[in-house]
Design a binder for this molecule. Structure first.
Ligand code: NAX
Length: 328
């Protein structure tokens, strides 16, 4: 029998944690035959709530759930971990400036990066979900110099899935027919969902849509502002869809993309497409042999260039801000 894979989840008592942990325990993160050991990290005040979730996980009687441990210390939580899902973060509260937000998150992601560097397993893979996700991933990566930089990623798969859903409705086709979409840049309102190289049922997606006005005035803003629309409707931010996207991100990372298709993930830039090297930016990516790789050689039209430059510019500003604060 296979040794269990250690999966650390931070923010385990939060709303994404609540949706995510049951999906992991049921075998959807790595596949139905892989046993999983959960390591939950919370702040001391939320440990009790995490214990409640752990009781419910026990009560799910999941065959592949090999154990649950709860910690309030990152060093312990990341010890021996193979997959780390960094969900817990400091949200922006009313009147908070961006600098304060970045600084508060630096206080979370710096020690977590250090703990990953010190004690995680050699095959550690990190997905940052907690916002500002790209820059939080950059902070964590900067404090884990012994871990290969490509093991730090941030989540734009929810944006990717949101884009799929909008296109599926617009064209009245199943999501499974739509391939080669790409989210570029930051997981923020500046992100650029690109359909130029997409396909639907084997034909070019942009040609099938054939409505640039809809793309610019409806599709892009709907995808980029979907989080706000969910809050408006639900009174709470997206949780189950975010958890589902996190499952998709890791499952694809480990098991690969289908031949001829790609997906979106924020990964460390190697300078491709003029995105400054070292930024954690979303790209079209394929996954093979447990590695995400940036899709190369795509032609970027003028409209896409302007959008990509804007969202990447925002990432560069965030990087400069955390550099100034001494967080990277
Ligand atoms: P909640 O506020 O429900 O839960 C966050 C949890 O994190 C809390 O239980 C809190 O105690 C815990 N936490 C705080 N600091 C911690 C630390 N240092 N170590 C461990 N745990 C800590 O938020 P939730 O709705 O679950 O969202 C979590 C994060 O995901 C937020 O930052 C949110 O902005 C972000 N999102 C990111 C998305 C993405 O696509 N990348 C989409 C969904 C979501 O908005």
């Amino acid at each position: 029998t296979q040794a269990p894979v250690n999966v650390t989840v931070t923010g385990a008592a939060g709303q994404i944690g609540y949706a995510l942990l049951f999906r992991i325990a049921s075998g959807q993160l790595l596949g139905p035959d892989t046993p999983v050991k959960l390591r939950l990290l919370e702040i001391p005040q939320a440990v009790k709530a995490a214990e409640g979730t752990a009781m419910e996980l026990d009560d799910g009687a999941f065959p592949q759930l090999a154990g649950i441990d709860i910690f309030d210390d990152p060093k312990q939580a990341f010890s021996g971990t193979n997959i780390a899902l960094l969900v817990g973060a400091r949200p922006r509260t009313k009147g908070m400036e961006r600098g304060d937000l970045l600084e508060a998150n630096g206080g979370i992601f710096k020690p977590q990066g250090e703990a990953i560097n010190a004690g995680a397993a050699d095959d550690i893979r990190v997905l940052v979900v907690g916002n500002p996700a790209n820059t939080n991933a950059l902070i964590a990566k900067s404090h884990a110099p012994d871990v290969p930089a490509d093991r730090f990623t941030a989540m734009t798969r929810l944006d990717h899935n949101r884009a799929l859903a909008q296109l599926s409705k617009k064209l009245d086709v199943p999501v499974s027919e739509i391939k080669r979409l790409a989210i570029w840049g930051n997981h923020s309102a500046t992100q650029y969902p690109m359909i130029t190289h997409g396909t639907v049922g084997g034909k070019n997606l942009a040609e099938a849509v054939n409505d640039q006005k809809w793309v610019e005035e409806t599709f892009i803003p709907t995808v980029a502002k979907r989080g706000a629309a969910i809050i408006e409707a639900r009174g709470l931010s997206s949780a189950a869809s975010a958890a589902s996207a996190a499952i998709d991100h890791v499952y694809t990372w480990v098991n690969g993309t289908a031949e001829g298709d790609w997906t979106s993930a924020a990964v460390i830039s190697d300078g491709s497409y003029g995105v400054p090297e070292g930024l954690i930016s979303s790209f079209p990516v394929t996954a093979k042999d447990g590695k995400y790789e940036i899709v190369q050689g795509l032609e970027i039209d003028d409209f896409s260039r302007t959008r990509i430059d804007a969202t990447v510019g925002e990432l560069a500003e965030e990087r400069d801000a955390v550099q100034k604060l001494g967080l990277i």
